[in-house]
Design a protein around this ligand. Sequence first.
Ligand SMILES: C[S@@+](CC[C@H](N)C(=O)[O-])C[C@H]1O[C@@H](n2cnc3c(N)ncnc32)[C@H](O)[C@@H]1O
Length: 235
Amino acid sequence: MRVIILTCYPEMFPGSLGYSVIGNALVNNKFSLEIINLHDFGIDKRGSVDDEPFGGGPGMVIRPDVIEKALNSIIFKTQKSCKIFLTPSGQKLSQAKLNILSKYEEMLVLCGRFEGVDQRAIEILGFQEISIGDYVLSGGEIAAQVLVEGCIRLIPGVLGHPQSLLEESFSNNLLEYPHYTRPKVWEDNQGNKHEVPDVLISGHHEKIDKWRNERSLEKTKFLRPDLLKKENKNE
Ligand SMILES: C[S@@+](CC[C@H](N)C(=O)[O-])C[C@H]1O[C@@H](n2cnc3c(N)ncnc32)[C@H](O)[C@@H]1O
């Protein structure tokens, strides 16, 4: 996948995208990352990209002509491309949405700042509006890294153990079961001993699967009952 980021803060990239599994995917050309500085397309010598909102109110808004100029500098190489504007007022990102987006060959991500971006640019230039959650950050750069990382790890060959994608939280509208590792008995600072559940060291795979399914359901019911309602709706 070719990922193109439009941002006022190019130095924030690759950021988290340069580390671990995703960093390896970048080095191994599973995806490419192009960072475009919106200030290079600013309206004056200082590279200004924003102006005051019509109708009044606090903050500044990124101008549509600046976004258009930046977009015109990009040559899309395929038909399978999408343009995303990250905004808290967009459609909430989900694992299902990441699955769809990860199939695109080119993804352009516009990071907002200040109060956001002139709505005409969003509509006329064909951006999908996506939010990474019901809260407000100061800019779209962290959100872009969340979105891109979520997509890239779904590309075949990126994860060492593709099986883990099938069992992860949200794959069946369930949260994943809990994990345990060594030591088998952990003694905490107070001298209390905590054992790993017996079934996990029984070597009995059917029983382990059953235990994991039960824990998964139990955890979902307790923390995210809304996911179970979704599952019923899908049936
Ligand atoms: C301070 S926010 C603007 C908030 C906007 N005035 C509103 O109330 O919806 C500045 C930029 O941060 C990014 N941003 C903040 N929260 C976000 C979220 N939850 N999801 C995606 N992007 C977000 C967007 O790019 C946004 O344009």
